[in-house]
Design a protein around this ligand. Structure first.
Ligand code: NCN
Ligand code: DMD
Length: 410
């Protein structure tokens, strides 16, 4: 990453992607942000959403909603008999602004980052697993690789702050298929240990947010599936839920990659200590900087950009939903664009879903992350669209509608 000064202020240049953009120490929550509006044009609207300068549009158009409901009701089936698939159809129709929506070029993005808090023994696995799994994603061997391929979903892995150089030994300017390197300045070792200092500086957080916005801007299609990878990131997600959801950390903390009951207790104590250290970090972007991680912050930026562009978002498990918790605290209408793929087995996810007031589609006891649950839920979204588009209506198929006459008795 090269830094240069522009007329507008500090401009960071992402050498891996060849993107130049301006940044500021913007800080929507604490009021300490510079009031620069000089941000790369491509992401200016999403940046304004992050700073709360503008509000995300309400997409629940009453006329379209009625047209969608009428379309569903006139299909050759008893009223409401396709259950929650009909809710999904209605939601996708609203997002894409059509009674015959077509999902195009779905993009699975796996946001990856490492966490300094792992030094406190809060995960069952070592940090090295983060970069090793990124290589596995790229090689096609991970669950998300297999499930994305099975469902025709393009897969991109983003190094948001993994403690590893994926381009080491390659000639300068080389790119690797399926990989984007979008590290904030100083993110080469992952986040700082949040039990000693904030996980990210405000400048790093802002760079991560902007990276997420910029990368979505460049993706084709109208659907974004959110996945992540990062040893230690259930801790960050639990703390974000506790702080922004006003919950005790004990109910927000779970086994993650597989801690036993005693280790979960110890993890909870560490997280309680971190929350107390950052007691002042109550506003969404302050909490994000305090608890991390780079992958969650980049995901928040991606969500705001995708929401602005009216893409359909499919949210995976506990960590992906924590990014929605932050984005929702900034812009509540984000939820109108989200389908929650599944209820994770991670303790705390149910509380997270309750906090957002949403219901997940599947409940398969998944607790892998990566985007695996989002990839599994994807065919249901395709089915919802197929029902809207292709099912016959009572009139077109010549099927008699429900009789208004009372049933004959005896
Ligand atoms: O998304 C979930 O529901 C989920 C639940 C438990 C674990 N994970 C994955 O496990 C990793 C984090 O777990 P941990 O124990 O290291 O905090 C990270 O790579 C996540 O993708 C993911
Ligand atoms: C093996 C492994 C795979 C993962 N995928 C997402 N998080 C993960 C954590 C571990 C430990």
């Amino acid at each position: 990453m090269l830094f240069m000064h522009s007329k507008a202020g500090l401009c960071f240049f992402d050498s891996a992607q060849g993107n130049a953009m301006n940044t500021s120490p913007a800080h929507a929550a604490s009021g300490s942000h510079a009031q620069t509006s000089e941000i790369h044009n491509d992401i200016a609207a999403a940046w304004d959403l992050a700073l709360g300068r503008t509000a995300l549009a309400d997409i629940a158009d009453p006329a379209l909603t009625q047209a969608l409901q009428d379309t569903l009701n006139n299909k050759t089936k008893p009223l409401g008999s396709l259950g929650r698939l009909e809710d999904v159809a209605l939601k996708i129709g609203q997002i894409l602004g059509s009674t015959a929506p077509v999902l195009e070029q779905p993009q699975m993005v796996v946001f990856a980052g490492d966490h300094g808090l792992t030094a406190r023994g809060i995960s069952a696995f070592p940090s090295d697993v983060t970069w090793q799994m990124v290589e596995n994603f790229l090689a096609g061997g991970a669950a998300v690789s297999v499930l994305s391929k099975q469902n025709g979903i393009a897969l991109t892995v983003v190094d948001c702050g993994v403690k590893h150089d994926f381009l080491a030994g390659l000639p300068a300017g080389t790119t690797r298929p399926g990989l984007q390197v979008r590290k904030a300045q100083g993110a080469e070792q992952g986040t700082a240990d949040s039990s000693a200092q904030p996980a990210m500086t405000t400048s790093q957080r802002d760079q991560a947010l902007q990276h997420g916005m910029a990368l979505v801007k460049e993706l084709p299609g109208n659907a974004l599936l959110l996945g992540e990878m990062g040893i230690g990131n259930t801790s960050a997600a639990s703390m974000l839920l506790a702080r922004l959801g006003g919950l005790d950390i004990a109910v927000c903390t779970g086994a993650g990659t597989g801690l036993d009951a005693l280790a979960v207790q110890r993890k909870t104590e560490v997280l309680r200590e971190v929350l107390a250290l950052h007691a002042e970090a109550t506003a969404p972007l302050d909490a994000l900087a305090a608890f991390g991680g780079f992958e969650i912050a980049t995901m928040v930026g991606a969500v705001l950009q995708a929401a602005h562009e009216r893409r359909v978002m499919v949210v995976d498990g506990f960590i992906a939903t924590s990014a929605i918790v932050v984005a929702h605290a900034l812009q509540p209408q984000v939820l109108q664009r989200c389908v929650f793929a599944h209820r994770s087995g991670e303790r705390g996810h149910e509380f997270m879903l309750q906090h957002l007031g949403v219901q997940a589609l599947l409940d398969l006891g998944l607790r892998l992350g990566e985007g695996s649950g989002a990839a599994m839920a994807w065919p249901l979204l395709q089915s919802a669209c197929a029902v809207l588009r292709d099912m016959a209506s009572f009139a077109s198929a010549g099927v008699s509608e429900k009789s208004d006459a009372p049933m004959a008795v005896g």
